[in-house]
Unconditional design. Structure first.
Length: 125
């Protein structure tokens, strides 16, 4: 159970960076909200991998190369789910893109990311 809470703390840290980068990309650099969201998701993904590998799952002794390959596979699914969800909620339901991102991020984070990282990337039994 402690690992789950550590993973959620890691997710919050990565999400904070993700949301800040998304806002900066859209508001300061004028990117389309989906491009900003993708940029933020990439940033958050790098941060999340580092924290999860070294702190949450303590898998720093395992082969980095294969963890990175597995993470990219899972992260690509995360990116597809997140981008699709943000687009659908923003475009069709007229929610603010940041609210859409928050709702989809929480849903995907709990239902997909943690499970895939625990069972596939960092292989914790």
């Amino acid at each position: 159970m402690l690992r789950f809470f550590k993973a959620q703390a890691s997710s919050l840290m990565a999400s904070a960076a993700d949301f800040l980068v998304t806002l900066a990309a859209v508001k300061l650099f004028g990117l389309w909200y989906l491009a900003g969201s993708i940029t933020g998701t990439l940033t958050g993904g790098v941060i999340n991998f580092y924290i999860n590998r070294n702190w949450v799952f303590q898998a720093h002794a395992k082969a980095l190369r294969w963890q990175v390959v597995k993470y990219i596979i899972v992260w690509t699914g995360n990116l597809a789910l997140l981008t699709s969800g943000v687009y659908l909620l923003t475009h069709f339901y007229h929610l603010n893109y940041m609210l859409s991102k928050l709702l989809v991020s929480v849903t995907v984070g709990i239902s997909y990311n943690y499970i895939m990282q625990k069972q596939f990337i960092f292989s914790v039994k």
